[in-house]
Design a protein around this ligand. Sequence first.
Ligand SMILES: C/C(=C\CNc1ncnc2c1ncn2[C@@H]1O[C@H](COP(=O)(O)O)[C@@H](O)[C@H]1O)CO
Length: 178
Amino acid sequence: MNITVFCSANSLDDTYTAPAAEFARLLGEAGHTLVWGGSHAGLMGELADGVKAAGGRLVGISVEFLRHKAYEGADELVTMPDLPTRKAELLAHGDALVVLVGGIGTLDEITEVLELKKHGLHDKPVVVLDTEGFYTGLRLQLERMDAEGFLPRPLAELVAFARTPAEVFAHLSAHQPQ
Ligand SMILES: C/C(=C\CNc1ncnc2c1ncn2[C@@H]1O[C@H](COP(=O)(O)O)[C@@H](O)[C@H]1O)CO
C-alpha cells in the first residue's frame, strides 16, 4: 500500500520521535511505500530513515522552494512547482493518509484532505496518530462541528484518531482502501 504521511519538518524530542520511529518500522516491515514531502528535515527525515531501514520504499513529493531540503536516498523524488500542486500530488499518490504530529504545514495538509473527502472528491482512509493527546484540540473542534451540524458526513467517516502506531495499521487493515 502507498501510505502518504504528513508530519512536522522540525526536530522534536523523544516524546514524538519514538512513536514516529515505531510507525516507520511497522510501515517498512509490512512492505508498504512511504509517500511524503521528500524532505530530510526534522521528523520528516527521521521518518524516511526509519522506513528505509525497515525495508520500505520511499516516494518523495518535494516542492521547488524546498528542493534544497530534499532527501537524497528516496527511491523516487518528484518536485512540484508550488504547495497546492504538491498537496494534490501527495493525496493522489497515497492509498491511505496518515497524520503524525506537526505544525501549520501539517494542519494545512489535514484540513485539505478532510475538506476534499467531505465533498466526496476522494474516499481514502485518513488516520491521525494522536501521540500524547497532541491532537486533542483538533479532535474536540471536529467533534463540535459534527455535533452542531457543520459536517455533511459523520466525522467517523472522515477521519479516525489512533493512540498508537499499531492502532493506525489496525485501522488501515480494517478499512482497506478500494
Ligand atoms: C523546518 C525546515 C525546513 C522545512 N522543510 C520542509 N520540507 C519539506 N516539506 C515541508 C517542509 N516544511 C513544511 N513542509 C510540509 O508541511 C508539512 C510540515 O510542516 P510543519 O509546519 O512542520 O507541520 C510536511 O508534511 C510537508 O509536506 C528547516 O529545517
